[in-house]
Design a protein. Structure first.
Ligand code: CDT
Length: 314
């Protein structure tokens, strides 16, 4: 038996600060139509796919950036995307900045199925960067100023004939992200990212951005027997160069499709969800081989404490 989901990764090139929501939604619709022509069941868009990556700019009062946030989904400017997806009979996963009625700000991913129903919502858990202005950097990464850490974890959802989960950008670097979903039987993980090539705290890592991007997603796929779709907003946006290299990764850890450009580009793959069982029921048969009873530190301890410092922490 095979359960095929044809997945599109709708990579975006840069979005300028001056671009309107309508401009961006038009680009998303072009990718959706390409996905429909290619027989996709779902097109996955990147993190913060409706605006420029605004956390690169400091504002004293965070409300100064509220125009980058969505207060409803769909709203008047995003409804054309929902309408076109429904007309095409195609699902999509959309990243955006969410401002809740209680004034909470999240970096959010929304999954919509082929019938226009919301399958699930995810709010970013691992928020990278810093809270305060750091003028020594060539550009800022103020996600920790503009977004709250979600405490909702990594839920999975039934959709597209399988078990689907989501994560956003920095979440993909943490093995716990995939394992928490793996323990819920995830078969398809959708991940959107904005990854600047320049990493100010340690520029030696700049040349490794592409390697680390694929390394963590391929490992997450293999170690949990799941498909992973990683989708970038790449290219040079407001003077900041970001990684592209969107990829669709099989449960074997192999990349089966990869973007060639740093611009708007759709890549697709026919993902057989039944392939997950080849890994989930053999090497990574969790119920048989995991040793949860000796993994206590994973949840008990946050930062690393080497043996010679343990005394000080008692
Ligand atoms: N958007 C996002 O999470 N980007 C981070 C950059 C880390 S450097 C502050 C990433 O992990 O790619």
């Amino acid at each position: 038996m095979t359960r095929i989901v044809t997945v599109g990764a709708g990579q975006l090139g840069p979005i300028a600060a001056a671009d309107s929501r309508a401009d961006v939604v038009e680009r998303l619709i072009v990718l959706l139509r390409q996905g429909a022509d290619a027989g996709c069941d779902v097109v996955v868009f990147p993190e913060l796919a409706l605006t420029t990556f605004f956390p690169r700019w400091y504002t004293e009062d965070i409300a100064g950036h509220d125009h980058y946030f969505e207060t409803e989904m769909p709203g008047p400017e995003t409804k054309p995307l929902f309408d076109e997806a429904l007309r095409l009979g195609i699902g999509f996963c959309l990243g955006y900045a969410e401002l809740t009625p209680d004034g909470e700000r999240f970096n959010t991913y929304l999954l919509v199925d082929q019938r226009g129903r919301i399958v699930g919502k995810f709010r970013k858990v691992h928020i990278p960067g810093h809270e305060d202005d750091e003028p020594w950097r060539p550009f800022q990464h103020l996600e920790r100023r503009y977004f709250q850490e979600s405490d909702e974890g990594f839920p999975v959802f039934l959709g597209f004939g399988g078990v689907v989960g989501m994560a956003l950008c920095n979440d993909r670097r943490w093995p716990e992200t995939y394992r928490v979903m793996g323990l819920q039987g995830v078969e398809l993980v959708m991940i959107g990212y904005n990854t600047p090539i320049h990493y100010a705290p340690d520029p030696a890592q700049n040349a490794l951005q592409g390697f680390h991007n694929h390394l963590c997603m391929q490992a997450g796929a293999y170690q949990n027997g799941t498909w992973v779709v990683g989708v970038a907003k790449g290219g040079t946006e407001e003077g900041v160069e970001s990684l592209a290299q969107s990829a669709i990764i099989a449960p074997s850890g192999q990349i089966v499709a990869q973007a060639l450009t740093t611009a708007d580009e759709l890549i697709t793959a026919r993902c057989d969800l039944d392939l997950c069982a080849n890994f989930k029921e053999t090497l990574f048969d969790f119920a048989r081989y995991r040793r949860a009873e000796v993994y206590g530190l994973i949840t008990e301890r946050k930062g690393a404490i080497p043996p010679h410092e343990e005394e000080a922490h008692r």
